[in-house]
Write a protein that binds this ligand. Structure first.
Ligand code: PHE
Length: 458
């Protein structure tokens, strides 16, 4: 099996695919509203620090495990440790792939559905945010609507994974990522050229330190994790198709820069527009589906820009979903000897079945809750707030303490000899962050998710 394992055709192919995984709903939907809610520039500042001290070190660690072993998360830990515990950590990554994709694809389905809403001109009469919100509620209560777009999105995701690393994922990313960037820049230019855009820029860029509290810092830490697709082996799996000739360090840095720049541009595009038309910026999670359609209704050229916006959102979600399914498929291909096509179809279908109760959580199953959460929220919470930080914490511990740091350094040096031999400082810093800062901070995020921190402070 190892002999014929695929590789990326080029380094840029890998960077774009990994950036595609990182850049997703997290950047375009979540980042702008949390930045807005927690004090704009001050939050962005804290977020950048989180990216640097936990995002970058863990991203390097994940890609490195993948590139060293050329395996999926389970196979990778098997190759490096043999211990059941660590293989279990890889297994948790594969399970997270199933779980996250199952609800992520539901929201992504709305994004696709909204392209059509935009095309048929349904946003035109939304002169208030509440009309747009009502329309959203109507749509998600409509079972055929929600299931139809969820299914369509899953089929699209499966198509790229089915076609394989070079022909599917790499080629798709090379086409979709530049389109995403161009669309986003167009929307940003539209935003900043609107009258009153400066108020949006001020909201996003004026630091309000009074809003920075423990909660804001924890949100920034947690988001740094989700936005970089860390903690479940997506970057590990993409790294496993990387050639040893390419530098893990420079790849990780480029992925992080792309992800961060895109989140910032999305923030500018969204807030300049929201403020220019005088809508409420702190609409929270509903910002994209409640507020944005009303923003376009009021904006000159809004018909056209609304279509671009939802195409952008769908592409961002698709390239992330592909990486989630790839983790699952890689496991069945590497470790159980399935062929890629069969693994994609069967596992895509399993994810689809798992996603059904999530899709139905907005309508027929809305009243079924556990701990006050419906099925959708439960799966999201379990995967994003527990499994990802737990996985990231354990990956940092594994690379920092278990693998053997000499071996780690020898592997890391491959493909980055120049940088490595001439900048010992970079390596020492990475080691320090990975061994000490990252695990502690990630652990705190985990305690926060579990409610332990709130218990202590209240
Ligand atoms: N990084 C993606 C986003 O920002 C989400 C994701 C998480 C993708 C984990 C893959 C793995 O939307």
């Amino acid at each position: 099996m190892q002999k014929n394992r695929e590789q990326w055709n080029s380094k840029i192919g890998f960077i774009l695919a990994a950036a595609g995984s990182a850049i997703g709903l997290g950047n375009i939907w979540k980042f702008p509203y949390i930045a807005g809610e927690y004090g704009g520039a001050s939050f962005i500042f804290i977020y950048l620090i989180c990216i640097a001290i936990i995002g970058l070190p863990v991203l390097i660690a994940e890609i490195l495990i993948g590139r060293t072993t050329h395996r999926n998360p389970v196979g990778a830990f098997k190759a490096l440790s043999q211990s059941k515990f660590w293989i279990g950590v890889g297994g948790m990554g594969v399970v997270s792939g199933f779980l996250i994709l199952s609800f992520y694809a539901v929201i992504a389905g709305w994004a696709i559905g909204y392209i059509l809403e935009a095309v048929v001109g349904n946003f035109a009469h939304f002169n208030t945010g509440s009309l747009a919100a009502e329309h959203f509620t109507d749509l998600v209560s409509d079972v055929p609507w929600i299931l139809g777009y969820f299914t369509l999105f899953m089929i699209l995701t499966m198509l790229f994974v089915y076609l394989g690393i070079q022909k599917g994922i790499e080629r798709g990313s090379k086409i979709m990522m530049p389109i995403l960037l161009v669309l986003l820049v167009i929307l940003m230019v539209r935003g900043i050229t609107l009258e009153g855009a400066d108020k949006g820029l001020e909201f996003l860029l004026y630091p309000d330190w009074s809003k920075i509290n423990a909660q804001a810092i924890l949100v920034a830490l947690g988001h740094a994790f989700f936005t970089l697709s860390l903690g479940m082996g997506a970057m590990l799996t993409y790294g496993s198709y990387m050639s040893k000739k390419d530098s893990v360090l420079s790849a990780a840095l480029q992925i992080i820069i792309l992800d961060t720049v895109i989140a910032l541009i999305a923030g500018v595009a969204i807030f300049t527009s929201v403020f220019a038309v005088g809508l409420d910026p702190s609409a929270g999670p509903g910002l994209i589906f409640h507020t944005i359609p009303a923003v376009f209704a009021k904006m000159p050229g809004g018909y056209f820009f609304s279509i671009l916006f939802f195409i952008l959102l769908s592409i961002a979600a698709l390239t992330s979903a592909i990486s989630l399914l790839e983790v699952v498929v890689a496991y069945f291909v590497d470790d159980l000897g399935w062929n890629r096509k069969k693994a994609t179809i069967v596992m895509g279908f399993v994810v689809f079945l798992l996603g059904l109760p999530s899709a139905l959580s907005f309508n027929v199953l809305a009243d079924y809750t556990l701990f006050g959460k419906n099925f959708f929220d439960l799966v999201d919470f379990l995967a994003s707030n527990i499994f990802l930080p737990l996985g990231g914490f354990l990956i940092a511990i594994f690379v920092g303490y278990v693998w053997g740091f000499d071996k780690v350094l020898t592997n890391l040096r491959e493909g980055a000899e120049d940088l490595f031999d001439n900048n010992p400082f970079i390596i020492t810093t990475w080691k320090f962050f990975l061994k000490y800062l990252s695990p502690i901070l990630i652990f705190i995020v985990l305690l926060h998710s579990l409610g332990v921190i709130d218990l202590i402070f209240n």
